[in-house]
Every structure is written in structure tokens, then in C-alpha cells.
Design a binder for this molecule. Structure first.
Ligand SMILES: Nc1ncnc2c1ncn2[C@@H]1O[C@H](COP(=O)(O)OP(=O)(O)OP(=O)(O)O)[C@@H](O)[C@H]1O
Ligand SMILES: [Mg+2]
Length: 252
């Protein structure tokens, strides 16, 4: 059974805009999936349907055997979504309080919260900012904070929406190392990005969105051939060939 089973999902906004058109996608536990597509192709709306923030107009989404619409609380626990816009995700006064907030909502015991907050600060290199007001962090630090907060909740599926935005070069490398470690420890990861050159080397699959539909869903070396027709830039080697294994900044 798939961990995530998206069945013929369409999503229409009240103004009539169809953001998703008959999307189907199955994801197994431990898969690392890169999702790409041009601006407005439906990627963010798709992620918001996964964790119950939006309800499909048609179709259904099953996570671990449970329908997201029937049990949105469980869906939010299962799918940790790191928003494209970090500001809208930060709720705590300080950096530590912000990470603790999500854990308190999950009713995790106080001692355990302390440990997880400490680990999250360390992993995302935010220890020196622990007591800083979260709103005063830089753009890249805010990005690291939102990733720390969601990863600390230990969701079954970690979904990151344009996680490389605002990160400097060391920040990108750090995030890639974290993603690789999460993948190696069996986590299921969805990364939405335009920047295939940073991360595609680690993907088990590449899914391309265009105009609300999935137009490619395959191993990266096969799906990547459709990227340019979907408005996604493809990095090529000097002789014009595609080298998926080189599409990561970790091997610079
Ligand atoms: N609240 C809304 N009301 C109406 N239309 C919306 C709303 N939110 C998003 N849309 C539309 O839905 C479509 C898909 O938007 P979505 O945010 O999923 O795109 P995206 O693929 O994430 O793009 P980007 O790469 O720019 O982040 C777009 O055409 C967008 O204008
Ligand atoms: Mg988006």
C-alpha cells in the first residue's frame, strides 16, 4: 500500500480558477520526490491539499490508509508542510518558542519538547538565535527556522515548498545534507523547487506540473526530458548532455 495515494484530485477556487486538474500520484514510504513546474502550475495548491489546508473539489487523498478530508487533524500530523512563505509560518515570539509551539499542539510531553527543540536548533544551526525574536531573523534564518519547526514534529511525510529560496550557499549545502540524512533514515520527502540543479541527484522520481496537471511522473532521467517544455530550466554539461548525478550543489 502507498503511504500517500492521491486519486483524481481537482481543485477549483471560488472565483472559478482550476488550480488542479485530475491529479493522481502514489508515493511509497521512503521515497524522495522532486516536484517542479512553472509559476502558477499548481504545486503549492497541491501541497496544501495534502495536509488538509485545502479540500479537493473532486477526488480524494489517502495517507496511511486514512482520508485527509475525513481526518484533517491526522493529515496535519502526517504531512509536515514547510511553506513557501516563511513569514506566514512563524508564530512563536522567539526562535525556541516557535519550534516548541508545533510540538505543544501535538501534545508532546514537556521534557521531550525540550530535547527536540535543542536537537532542531542544532541541526539547523540556529543555536545562537535560540532566544532571538523570530520576526527579527534574516530571510535565510527564517527559512531554517520553519524547516527546523516542521522537522521536529517528525511527520511521516516532509513536504518543502521552494526550500532553497533565501538560502545562501552554505545554507543550501546544509539543507541538502539534512535532506540526504532524512532520506537515508527512511523519511519520505517531497521537495517543490524550480532549482533542479541543486537537488535532482537525490530524487527517486521527478514529477512535473503544468497548468494544474501532472505531465511527467517518472525516474529523473526520463521525466527530465519534459522539463524544458514545462518552463523548468535544465542544467547541461558543456557538451550538452544531461548528467542527473551532477545535479546537486553538494558535489561542487
Ligand atoms: N486564493 C486563490 N484564489 C484564486 N486563485 C488562486 C488562489 N491561490 C492560487 N491561485 C491560482 O492557482 C494557480 C496555482 O497556484 P500555485 O500557488 O499552486 O502555483 P505554484 O505552482 O505553486 O507557483 P509558484 O512557482 O509561483 O509558487 C495559480 O494560477 C494561482 O494564481
Ligand atoms: Mg508555489
Amino acid at each position: 500500500m502507498s503511504l500517500l495515494d492521491v486519486r483524481n484530485v481537482s481543485y477549483r477556487f471560488s472565483d472559478g480558477t482550476y488550480a488542479l486538474r485530475n491529479i493522481s500520484l502514489q508515493v511509497s514510504e521512503g521515497e524522495f520526490i522532486v516536484i517542479s513546474g512553472k509559476n502558477g502550475s499548481g504545486k503549492t495548491v497541491f501541497l496544501r491539499n495534502l495536509n488538509g489546508l485545502y479540500k479537493p473539489t473532486e477526488g480524494e487523498i489517502i495517507i496511511n490508509g486514512t482520508s485527509v478530508v475525513e481526518n484533517p487533524y491526522k493529515a496535519r500530523k502526517s504531512v509536515g508542510l514547510v511553506f513557501q512563505d516563511a513569514d506566514s509560518q512563524i508564530v512563536g515570539q522567539t526562535v525556541s518558542r516557535d519550534i516548541a509551539f508545533g510540538l505543544e499542539n501535538l501534545k508532546i510531553p514537556k521534557n521531550e519538547i525540550k530535547t527536540r527543540v535543542r536537537q532542531a536548533l542544532e541541526t539547523m544551526n540556529l543555536e545562537e538565535h535560540a532566544d532571538q525574536r523570530a520576526r527579527t531573523l534574516s530571510g535565510g534564518e527564517k527559512r531554517r527556522l520553519t524547516i527546523a519547526g516542521v522537522a521536529a514534529m517528525n511527520p511521516s511525510i516532509l513536504a518543502l515548498d521552494e526550500p532553497f529560496t533565501n538560502l545562501d550557499y552554505p545554507g543550501v549545502l546544509q539543507l541538502l545534507r539534512i535532506l540526504v540524512r532524512l532520506k537515508e533514515t527512511g523519511h519520505t520527502i517531497l521537495v517543490v523547487t524550480h532549482e533542479l540543479d541543486k537537488v535532482l541527484a537525490y530524487a527517486d522520481r521527478l514529477v512535473l506540473f503544468d497548468n494544474g496537471s501532472i505531465v511527467a511522473n517518472d525516474k529523473p532521467e526520463a521525466a527530465v526530458l519534459a522539463a524544458e517544455s514545462c518552463g523548468v530550466r535544465l542544467p547541461r554539461t558543456e557538451n550538452g548532455t544531461l548528467d542527473i548525478g551532477a545535479m546537486t550543489w553538494l558535489k561542487d
